[in-house]
Design a protein around this ligand. Structure first.
Ligand code: SF4
Length: 442
């Protein structure tokens, strides 16, 4: 008899990759994806804990599944960062949750899946600092883009961030495991891979077969997988982005000229309180070195507004830094205390209205800069990867450039998963509109 599951994934690419791996493992164990939660014997929520709003949303989903249980009994499983953060407290607060699976308990969960029984839901102890096990198969059949974890966890302890507490210390995946996944992806004709981890630049594998750091891993991947056209990596901590990695970006055409380099703030005082381990000048010099070596690089960032004690002067320093760097895009957000972090001990003393006002100024500035930079490129011809049909119109395609920008182009669905050349015609919001030039890139 076939057994059915339903999975929902929240948060970052790491969660999505881990859900993909779990789906592969469940498929091998004979499980099938249900067409709706009502048909599922097991419902899995792979959760995010980075912001309070993410947890609120998941609590809403738990409420929904609690009421669904009355008519459609199922086993409700919570895994991922929220499960790790709240542990057994979660089952007390949300009795509808049957099983809490933390970051390090996925193996025990798979054992349960081999022989699940609603009357015998196991207690899986949530030990801290158990060894993180990388799964295999972080991609789904038919996908032409894949996210491959190369490291896990973080040692940086930025004072506002929950990640080191829920994901644990850094562990680098063995190159052989990474190559095994990439072998399969190259054979399947995958067009783009993104090497992911909380801080990929500090990748360092030391094992029986030797030692490999991040630039050596990049060079080895470029050398071994010439048939994967686009390679990206995410996320980079500024303090760990070495000249050797910049050199790789400058040297290898397979490496996309796009880099996410979170700065978080422009004030040295706030950067210190955030425990970011660099200052404003360091960041600006790094950007200068990067742009000197890779002039075409698209640079995106994260900016966190309203950190405790942020003054108007600190805020102005952030605006000045944004004007100096001229990021191509930025993920902007305002500070929300996360229980368990160092910053949780500080008074959250910037009033919400001030946070929202400052955030609006940051968003408006970034929109203006992004728009100015993009407008200059209208009229140019550019290679894009066709990703999917546009949600707005069935005759249009959503494509992405090497710089990770969106372009809408009229065209047939047969182009999905291929590279095309397009001419950029106009800009609406953050999205280019273009036309295909008839040139198919290999
Ligand atoms: S580098 Fe800082 S912000 Fe990023 S995951 Fe680690 S602790 Fe969190």
């Amino acid at each position: 008899m076939e057994r059915y599951y339903w999975i929902e994934t929240y948060g970052c690419q790491m969660n999505k990759a881990e859900s993909n791996a779990l789906v592969q493992e469940m498929t091998e164990l004979g499980w099938r994806q249900a067409s709706s939660p009502k048909e599922a014997e097991i419902i899995i929520l792979n959760t995010c804990s980075v912001r309070g709003t993410a947890e609120m949303r998941i609590r809403g989903r738990i409420g929904y599944y609690k009421s669904l249980k009355r008519t459609h009994p199922h086993t409700l499983v919570l895994m991922g960062c929220m499960a790790e953060r709240l542990k057994e407290r979660l089952k007390e607060e949300e009795p509808a949750v049957d099983l809490v699976v933390g970051t390090f308990q996925k193996g025990a969960f798979l054992s349960f899946l081999r022989n699940p029984c609603r009357d015998r839901i196991p207690h899986i102890p949530l030990q801290e600092n158990a060894a993180y096990q990388f799964a295999e198969g972080h991609y789904l059949d038919g996908e032409f883009k894949a996210f491959i974890p190369i490291m896990h966890g973080c040692n940086n302890f930025c004072s506002y961030c929950i990640v080191p507490y829920v994901r644990g210390r850094e562990v680098s995946r063995s190159p052989e495991e990474i190559f095994r996944e990439l072998n399969k992806l190259q054979d399947r004709g995958v067009q783009e891979i993104t090497l992911i981890g909380q801080n990929v630049n500090s990748y360092l594998y030391e094992g029986p077969d030797g030692r490999m750091d991040f630039p050596s891993l990049l060079r080895e991947i470029i050398h071994r997988y010439p048939d994967i056209p686009w390679i990206r990596f995410l996320t980079s901590h500024p303090k760990d982005l070495s000249d050797e990695v910049i050199d790789c970006l400058a040297t290898y055409s397979q490496l996309c000229k796009s880099l996410h380099l979170p700065v978080q703030h422009g004030s040295n005082r706030i950067l210190r309180l955030m425990n970011r381990k660099y200052d404003r000048d360091f960041y600006l010099r790094l950007v200068e070195r990067l742009r000197n070596r890779v002039p075409s690089i698209a640079l995106t960032t994260d900016i966190l507004i309203g950190f405790p004690t942020e003054t108007e002067e600190d805020f102005q320093a952030t605006l000045e830094l944004m004007k100096a760097v001229r990021f191509d895009d930025a993920f902007t957000y305002y500070y929300n205390p996360r229980e368990g972090t160092e910053a949780y001990k500080y008074p959250d003393d910037v009033p919400l209205e001030v946070k929202l006002e400052r955030l609006k100024v940051v968003i408006d500035l970034q929109r203006r800069i992004g728009r100015e930079k993009k407008t200059q490129r209208i009229g140019s011809r550019i290679k894009v990867l066709v990703e999917e049909m546009s949600k707005m119109k069935s005759t249009e395609l959503l494509c992405r450039t090497e710089r990770d920008e969106m372009v809408i182009v009229p065209g047939p669905s047969e182009w999905i998963g291929t590279f095309r050349e397009v001419e950029l015609l106009s800009l609406k919001g953050n999205t280019f509109w273009g036309k295909d030039t008839g040139w198919e890139h290999s």
